[in-house]
Design a protein around this ligand. Structure first.
Ligand SMILES: NC(=O)C1=CN([C@@H]2O[C@H](COP(=O)(O)OP(=O)(O)OC[C@H]3O[C@@H](n4cnc5c(N)ncnc54)[C@H](OP(=O)(O)O)[C@@H]3O)[C@@H](O)[C@H]2O)C=CC1
Ligand SMILES: O=C(CO)[C@H](O)[C@H](O)COP(=O)(O)O
Length: 624
């Protein structure tokens, strides 16, 4: 690609000789209508070009079926290039023949018998939108040198690098390789502990035969095509900062770093600012799906500068899971740390979804059911209320070890790595009652007090059995609580978007969570349409019908569990939130009066339009 006169045909033909891939001059593929228009001296507009660009796209597609090809096409605008690579972005490489106006003009004038009006060249330069991710060839060099540099870049340097070959990093590398990307892989070297990790990993999987393994960071960086695209999959916090500190001096302007760990969104914002000072682009990308998702298609939530996302988009979209319409479960989220904020809330929703299933398991255990019997019931729910977490719970409950259920041997102290904690803090800071997320976090914390719990039970007695709670009640309560949980999570996202000016597309977020991620579910599949409709999620007609039908079971379940001393903190939050949120009158008037009484915090009245601020001298008016 490049302006007229930049040497596309010369370089294309030479490349064709070297590679043996056929060469096509794009100009030969104009439809008849375009030819006639050009013959009359009229310039082509974008609409005219569309059919032509799609014809070239078709040509490339056909050629890729039997090898590859080289096409000369000016491809001056980004939109043209998007059309050219439609449906096969990861397989197209642009070579941009770059030169100044004066250089191109001089070349044109030197061509015997060739005249190009200066005005035409000016319009070419005016239209040109230089590509952000192309092999750049300097047209002042000799054609042979240009071609050998292109060949070297294409044959030796890799397209994408990944740092951190742990659970997620390894799976993502294999996923990238499955999609035909040439990758470099790096893991740190710690003598006696972490040695030859990347090489051993490469040797383990045949799909990595083309991948380059490194335990030397400088060599890893040098192996990548410019602008480099490097993804980090290391623990969030200090390790990420240490790694960036080491990496930064090795990078060049316009390189892109994608940080895929579960980082706090404020760290992401700071890192983006730091890297931008050095001209490095930064994408803070939420990744969900665990080990299997990373291998077969995760859900990806990239945030940061849009220009940075455009460069890495072909890679991220290729490896992402695909939704029901075969669209990638990956979409640009928004600026600064928004991608990591969204991933954090995803995990918050995940916490509550997990805790609800844990409470269901507990209730059924208290009815005397074995893990297998509970698995049978949960398995029967899949037809109407399926989710990834429900499916794995069924698998977990059925898993046996030496004739015992494994679940019975797992210590009941839940761990966490921080995202539920951060979501709870963010909800509190933004004034959003994400009570189910907060409660599921605290349920994990309560579980950690195992010693206290044992002493308390010995003192106060055990929960009684709950055989009077029927399966239908539990199922309906579970369905109602899930709706409330999703409402709270999306409400938190909406508020964050408004406060931070991120312009999050909530419907699109729900769409990219329909596959690949941990909270994918049949409910999530309904949310894009509901959120797109602009309706309040809890007032959408379908939700209203469901909640009216299921709410009595939620109340009944929580009452019965409280009676039996079976802890159901997250089910309780669901019904209490719902009851409060659907009460036109709450006792908050008394809170306001108390605040005014002891601290003169003032209050508003409901009999004067609520505009004015009032204060009462409560002691003086006492009893009057
Ligand atoms: N596991 C999951 O389900 C998910 C995890 N995540 C996030 O992805 C990131 C990676 O997770 P995961 O793969 O599970 O973690 P692992 O612990 O399995 O792997 C971490 C990797 O980071 C490397 N590493 C650790 N510290 C440093 C350092 N200071 N410098 C360089 N490399 C370092 C480790 O190298 P070494 O082997 O030498 O120790 C290892 O390769 C985390 O931020 C996590 O929160 C996101 C979504 C899901
Ligand atoms: O991001 C994830 C899933 O989406 C990770 O698995 C994360 O570790 C889960 O959080 P926690 O460890 O706090 O349970």
């Amino acid at each position: 690609m490049g302006v007229s006169g930049s040497g596309k045909s010369t370089i294309g033909k030479l490349l064709s000789q070297k590679t043996q891939f056929p060469f096509f001059d794009g100009d030969d593929f104009h439809p008849e209508a375009n030819r006639q228009k050009m013959a009359t001296g009229q310039p082509l507009n974008d609409d005219d070009r569309k059919g032509w660009l799609l014809a070239l796209n078709e040509l490339a597609r056909k050629q890729l079926g039997s090898g590859s090809c080289i096409i000369a096409c000016s491809a001056l605008k980004e939109t043209y290039r998007v059309l050219l690579q439609k449906g096969m972005a990861s397989q197209i490489k642009f070579v941009f023949l770059r030169g100044s106006y004066e250089q191109v003009l001089a070349r044109m004038e030197a061509r015997e018998g060739h005249f190009m009006p200066a005005s035409l060249l000016t319009s070419q330069f005016d239209t040109l939108e230089p590509p952000e991710d192309a092999i750049i060839a300097d047209i002042t060099k000799k054609p042979e040198q240009i071609v050998s540099e292109i060949m070297e870049t294409l044959s030796k340097k890799t397209e994408f690098g990944l740092i951190g070959l742990g659970v997620m990093g390894k799976s993502l590398c294999r996923n990238l390789a499955h999609h035909g990307f040439r990758i470099s892989m790096y893991n740190r070297h710690a003598p006696g502990q972490e040695e030859h990790i990347a090489t051993d990993f490469k040797n383990e999987f045949p799909e990595l035969r083309e991948a380059l393994p490194f335990d030397d960071l400088q060599a890893f960086v040098n192996s990548l095509q410019a602008p480099r695209k490097i993804m980090l999959m290391v623990p969030a916090g200090k390790p990420t900062d240490l790694l960036l500190e080491e990496l930064l001096p090795l990078l060049s302007e316009n390189d892109v770093v994608i940080e895929g760990g579960n980082s706090h969104y404020t760290d992401t914002r700071k890192r983006g600012e730091l890297l931008s000072v050095h001209g490095i682009l930064f994408v803070g990308c939420g990744v969900s799906g665990g080990e299997e998702g990373a291998l077969n298609g995760p859900s990806l939530m990239p945030g940061g500068e849009k220009s940075a996302y455009r460069i890495v988009r072909p890679f991220l979209e290729a490896i992402a899971a695909k939704d029901g319409n075969r669209e990638p479960c990956c979409a640009y989220i928004g600026p600064e740390g928004s991608g990591h904020f969204v991933k954090m809330v995803h995990n918050g929703i995940e916490y509550a979804e997990m805790q609800l299933l844990a409470e269901v398991y507990h209730i059924f255990a208290k009815t005397g059911r074995s893990p297998d019997q509970t698995a049978d019931i949960l398995g029967s729910w899949k037809a109407e209320e399926n989710s990834f977490l429900l499916e794995i719970t069924v698998d977990i409950l059925r898993t046996r070890e030496d004739d015992h259920w494994l679940i019975d041997r797992i210590l009941d102290k839940a761990g966490n790595k921080g995202t539920g904690n951060w979501t709870t803090i963010a909800a509190a800071e933004l004034g959003i009652p994400a009570t189910m997320i907060a409660s599921s976090l605290f349920a994990r914390y309560i579980s950690a007090f195992k010693d206290d719990r044992e002493i308390m039970e010995a003192t106060y007695g055990q929960a009684s059995e709950t055989s009077h709670i029927d399966k239908k009640t539990v199922f309906e309560a579970y369905r109602a609580a899930r709706l409330v949980n999703h409402y709270q999570g999306f409400r938190l996202l909406r508020e964050a978007s408004a406060i931070h000016g991120w312009d999050l597309n909530l419907s699109e977020l729900a769409r990219i969570w329909t596959n690949g991620c941990i909270i994918r579910s049949s409910l999530m599949e309904k949310l894009p349409a509901i959120l797109r409709s602009g309706d309040h999620m809890l007032l959408h007609p379908e939700t209203v019908t469901s909640l009216k039908a299921w709410k009595p079971s939620l109340s009944k379940l929580v009452s019965a569990c409280v009676e039996s001393a079976v802890p159901v903190p997250v089910f309780s939050e669901a019904i209490n939130f719902f009851n409060g949120f659907s009460s036109a009158h709450l006792p908050a008037n008394l809170i306001q009066a108390q605040r005014d009484y002891f601290g003169a915090h003032t209050y508003r009245r409901n009999d004067d339009g609520g505009e004015k601020i009032h204060h009462t001298n409560w002691k003086k008016t006492k009893g009057s």
